[in-house]
Design a protein around this ligand. Sequence first.
Ligand code: UDP
Ligand code: MN
Length: 248
Amino acid sequence: SAADQAFVTLATTEDYCMGALVMGKSLRRHGTTRKIVVLISSSVSPERVFDEVVQVDVMDSMDRTHLSWLGRPELGVTLTKLQCWMLIKYKKCVFLDADTLVLQNVDDLFEREELSAAPDAGWPDCFNSGVFVFRPSLHTHSRLLAHAAHYGCFDGGDQGLLNSFFKDWAVKDISKHLPFVYNLSSSAIYTYLPAFQTFGHQAKIVHFLGAVKPWHLRYDQSNKDSYLDQFLNMWWAEYRSQMPPISG
Ligand code: UDP
Ligand code: MN
């Protein structure tokens, strides 16, 4: 049922908190009937757009306890993100990176099973871990940690780890392949412009992946020519908007 399903994001810094806020507002704007949860560190204070704020341990390189056990300081934020599997009061969740913007209602994602995700634009046999459907489970969480400890991950982030853990994603079950419009990376505008011109209007979730995030750039009315500028302007418009009413 809708009551035990939630969208989940993560924000360990004030910057990512800005992103999480915009993502949460965009979900509300498009009338989600599910809960919206943010995992935060103690140093940030999110606004009242979320149904639930959950404090998590930030496992960064200062964290002796966990990382001495793992011996892998580079896995910091990755391990923090994995704590979404600990949200066991929910049966099913959709994780959205804090650098995503929702353009349409995406509650239909809850019809999908763990682990559903869209292909990564850079290597389509891997899924991109900015948007994924999962089932909270302490068992899965500890298996993920054990997997990280044993195998590490090939890219130093959560995407490599999750892809090596859910390693049959590419070939096993096509229903676990989300259409690319559920995780449209902004770089696709450049890498395959004709496809973007044909299908881009169907975009449901835009993902500003990479080093430069919308909150690093200035909103500029004069820059509305490129497709990327249009998405950036939509992000800033959502940032400045009044919070849509909480439904349910
Ligand atoms: N994140 C965070 N604090 C950090 C880095 C990342 O909270 O210092 C979270 C945030 O939700 C972010 C996600 O982890 O969206 C993944 O990082 P990012 O989006 O920067 O990676 P990219 O999608 O660009 O590969
Ligand atoms: Mn991201």
